[in-house]
Design a protein around this ligand. Structure first.
Ligand SMILES: *Cc1c(COP(=O)(O)O)cnc(C)c1O
Length: 448
């Protein structure tokens, strides 16, 4: 007998332990089906997916091409290990990614989630310095930014910098060199929007000058630190980071798990500043938001340091059972095909402009301190006082209240504290985008 919606809600509340969720107050929200940008819950109620099912959906749900790609792959094989074996679909995806990625990224290591893509990059960087022709084994440190989020495994948490999530696990983490995030809204004392990039790059340069001999890599989320509350970096910052890390022999790890795959208006965020990192991490939208698959792309120089006779022990001893899974690879390939066939990036222009119009209007509300946008990432930050930028007490949960209001209007949003996130699938229509933004706006009016 199929369980009733009420039974499902009871089991969901009692048995399922949800991510980033206080289970005492969890109100089951159970999506049974979806189509395009619309989610349908177990009671048949419809919601627009205003946050791309947590920043990963690209071409909409149940896209016929994506569904068909998985079905076709199922008729061949569902899983092949990447430990000493391969399959045509995963090989083809690796080729396509290398063709698309910034020039100089020639090799792909597959894993299964954003956190693992970053773990791979962190470990590769360290091992690279130990094994290259002129070894630098003292290079074991990492530079990361305040508010950084790179996933929830321990290596990723070590480079992460969100105290509310990460402070608890401090005893398990390695130390990093931490620099403040280049935050264009909450500027440091005496710094203007115009010289923020130079100010932050100056801090980085001083750090590298002093410590570069001990630093293996710097990890950044290019352009937008999403989980930090959609902190947007000033123009020129990423380019400057690339120049400085290159000058001081420090590898650059670009975590494009959230901003990659078209989200910023280009396929990869690094393209906006003409940057090739040494390691590029992809996940979330890589499969169109369908299946867990991640990739860490890297250069010939890094790949080369791992080559040698078996007995030299230069192998990268790292792997995940489902890394490079063919079903994931099949839907990732189809995702790239749909980018071409539907001209997704070209068609994004008017949607980015429309989101900008909505944000400009929302930005005039009395308790919206800042609105910011990069591509199809939009954010509105709620504050108690616009002039001083003083936040609301965090346990007032204003952001959550805005989203509860929007949900009542049939729009699903999930905030980052008091930052309201508007991040629909790239396939969103202008009409859907209007409905999402208007629901968010009415939610803000109701909750502030
Ligand atoms: C979501 C995210 C991750 C972690 O990805 P998972 O697939 O959840 O492990 C890493 N980095 C960034 C920038 C992210 O947004």
């Amino acid at each position: 007998m199929t369980p009733t919606p009420e039974q499902l809600r009871q089991w969901d509340r009692r048995i399922v332990w949800h991510a980033f969720t206080q289970m005492v107050e969890y109100e089951p929200f159970i999506i049974e089906r979806a189509k395009g940008c619309t989610l349908v819950d177990v009671d048949g109620r419809e919601y627009l997916d205003g946050v791309s099912s947590l920043w990963c959906n690209v071409h909409g749900h149940r896209h016929p091409k994506l569904d068909a790609a998985i079905r076709r792959q199922l008729d061949k094989v569902a899983h092949v290990t990447s430990l000493g074996a391969s399959n045509p679909t995963t090989i083809e995806l690796a080729r396509r990614l290398v063709d698309l990625a910034p020039a100089g990224l020639e090799h792909v290591f597959f894993s299964d989630d954003g956190a693992t893509a970053v773990e791979v990059a962190i470990k590769m960087a360290l091992q690279y310095w130990r094994q290259r022709a002129e070894p630098r084994p003292e290079k074991t440190g990492y530079v990361a930014l305040g508010g950084a989020y790179h996933g929830d495994t321990l290596g990723s948490v070590s480079v992460g910098g969100v105290p509310r999530f990460h402070a608890m696990f401090e005893p398990l983490l390695f130390d990093v060199f931490r620099l403040p995030a280049p935050d264009s809204y909450r500027l440091p004392e005496g710094v203007t929007a115009e010289n923020l990039a130079a100010h932050c790059l100056g801090q980085l340069e001083r750090l590298l000058e002093e410590h570069h001999e001990r630093i293996a890599a710097m990890v950044v989320e290019p352009l937008v630190q999403c989980a930090a509350g959609m902190i947007m970096h000033p123009a020129g910052y990423l380019r400057g980071v690339r120049e400085l890390t290159a000058r001081y022999d420090v590898l650059l790890i670009a975590d494009e798990v959230a901003v990659g795959m078209g989200r910023t208006g280009r396929m990869f965020a690094c393209e906006h500043e003409g940057v090739t990192p040494d390691l590029l991490c992809l996940a979330k939208g890589l499969t169109g938001g369908y299946l867990p698959l991640a990739a860490t792309l890297t250069t010939d120089a890094i790949w080369g340091a791992f080559l040698g006779d078996f007995a030299e022990n230069k192998t990268f001893y790292h792997g995940h059972t489902y890394g490079g899974n063919p079903l994931g690879a099949a839907v990732a390939l189809a995702t790239l095909d749909v980018f071409d066939e539907e001209q997704t990036l070209v068609n994004l222009g008017p949607k980015i402009a429309r989101l900008g119009e909505h944000l400009a209007r929302i930005g005039r509300l009395p308790h919206v301190g800042d609105v910011r946008q990069r591509g199809l990432i939009g954010a509105a930050e709620l504050v108690r006082d616009r002039r001083t930028k003083a936040p609301y007490a965090w346990d007032e949960r204003r952001g959550m209240r805005v989203c509860e209001h929007a949900r009542g209007e049939g729009v699903w949003l999930r905030p980052l504290g008091d930052v309201i996130v508007l991040m629909p699938p790239l396939a969103v229509t202008l009409d859907e985008l209007d409905r999402i933004a208007l629901a968010a706006e009415r939610g803000i009016v109701a909750a502030t």
